[in-house]
Design a protein around this ligand. Structure first.
Ligand code: FEO
Length: 171
């Protein structure tokens, strides 16, 4: 049986992950308008991954007797003007998500909920990767974004990203 606070935080995380998907879809729309189809592709796939994350939290709650209550997903609220903007907002957002995962981890730790801690281990690692990806994209845009030819190549690199299902599977 899940602790009440831990269950609440896990349920809230479903919404946060769906919001992440919505936010990244908004970034993809912005890049489509700019004609940067590689960055569009990268964020469309990122949105799919966030949806996967949401469903993992949902499934974990269901598998462990927690109450799933779905709430409204907030409107993406970032003002996007420049091709660098989504990248910086993404890093800021991933750091925030890391803090949310850490908060759930701490709540689970406080009640010796080792099962939830083990479930969250995957997300702790994932957040490390997501923050690194976001940082790398900012660095590359900073280095190459102002040169048309380099930007074309960077966009082509982003176009090569393909969706892969999460390595964490819950029955
Ligand atoms: Fe689900 Fe980007 O963290």
């Amino acid at each position: 049986m899940l602790d009440k606070r831990v269950a609440e935080l896990l349920n809230e995380q479903i919404n946060k992950e769906f919001y992440s998907a919505y936010l990244y879809l908004d970034f993809a729309v912005f890049y489509e308008e700019l004609g940067l189809d590689g960055f569009q592709n990268w964020y469309e796939i990122q949105a799919q991954e966030e949806r996967d994350h949401a469903l993992l939290f949902l499934k974990y709650l269901q598998n462990n007797g927690g109450k799933v209550k779905l709430g409204a997903i907030a409107m993406p609220d970032k003002e996007l003007k420049d091709k660098m903007d989504p990248l910086q907002f993404a890093l800021e957002h991933e750091r925030y998500v890391t803090s949310l995962i850490n908060d759930i981890y701490e709540a689970a730790y406080n009640v010796k909920d080792f099962r939830t801690m083990q479930f969250l281990d995957w997300f702790v690692k994932e957040q490390g990767e997501e923050e690194k990806n976001a940082e790398d994209m900012i660095k590359k845009m900073d280095l190459f974004g102002d040169d048309a030819k380099s930007l074309y190549m960077l966009n082509s690199e982003m176009l090569g990203r393909v969706y892969t299902a999460p390595s964490l599977v819950l029955d």
